[in-house]
Design a protein around this ligand. Structure first.
Ligand SMILES: Cc1cc2nc3c(=O)[nH]c(=O)nc-3n(C[C@H](O)[C@H](O)[C@H](O)COP(=O)(O)O)c2cc1C
Length: 211
């Protein structure tokens, strides 16, 4: 199959970008959980990850060459994991790879890395799925879930994005959360708003003290 290794984004003939969560093993054997958006083929046999080289997921995949991709509708888990503030999740030991499965995800796909290309800022990692499991149905969409995912991505890019842009985007996304969100989306969005506020205040106080 042609899970094209070039950096062309999701416009692959047989690949679709999936916003999921990847678990990997840290050097001390503890689990690491991070949202990642790999391109996956429709049959879920292979995937192409593009982690930034600054990410722990990249370091772990380079060392261990295996991990587990999860499909979930739990946007609070995605939001908290994106900024490294996920309370300890329920985990199941994976069998086909050394690693952990998130017990509350809808589906999981354990993978082994076939190739890792470090030439770009975002490493290209092509992997084969070696085991999969289904734990529960995917709930479905609402605009608030989508809004939380957008907000989580913004929260991981605070260093690069302009503060006014972030504020305007959060305002736009608030409307979707208020109109269509359930308790989970409200809670996840409030968490991200607070995180962004904290970071902005931290940046301002560092500027004021000249640090
Ligand atoms: C939905 C979603 C998709 C993401 N996809 C990627 C990705 O493909 N590559 C990447 O490097 N970071 C991605 N991120 C950002 C990382 O999850 C975030 O920067 C994380 O803190 C870095 O990973 P680490 O915990 O392994 O260091 C994504 C975040 C979200 C919310």
């Amino acid at each position: 199959m042609s899970l094209n290794a070039s950096n062309t984004g999701p416009q692959l003939p047989d690949g679709i970008l999936l916003e999921g969560i990847v678990t990997t093993l840290n050097g001390d054997g503890s689990p690491h959980v991070a949202p990642m958006g790999p391109i996956v083929d429709l049959a879920f046999t292979r995937l192409r990850l593009r982690p930034y080289q600054t990410s722990t997921t990249y370091q772990n995949l380079k060392r261990m060459r295996q991990g587990v991709l999860h499909v979930t509708d739990d946007v609070e888990m995605i939001a908290r994991a994106a900024v490294g503030r996920l309370p300890e999740p329920r985990l199941i030991l994976a069998q086909a790879v050394e690693g952990f499965i998130l017990a509350d995800a809808c589906r999981w796909h354990a993978f082994q890395v076939d190739s890792l290309d470090d030439r770009n800022e975002r490493t290209e990692i092509v992997a084969t799925i070696v085991d999969s499991g289904r734990q529960r149905d995917f709930f479905g969409f609402n605009r608030a879930k989508h809004a939380v995912i957008e907000a989580a991505i913004l929260a991981t890019r605070l260093e690069w994005l302009d503060a006014d842009h972030i504020r305007a985007e959060f305002e736009r996304l608030t409307v979707m959360v208020e109109k269509t969100g359930s308790r989970q989306e409200h809670s996840a969005f409030a968490f991200l708003q607070e995180f962004v506020r904290e970071r902005a205040a931290g940046t301002k106080s560092a500027e004021a003290t000249g640090r």
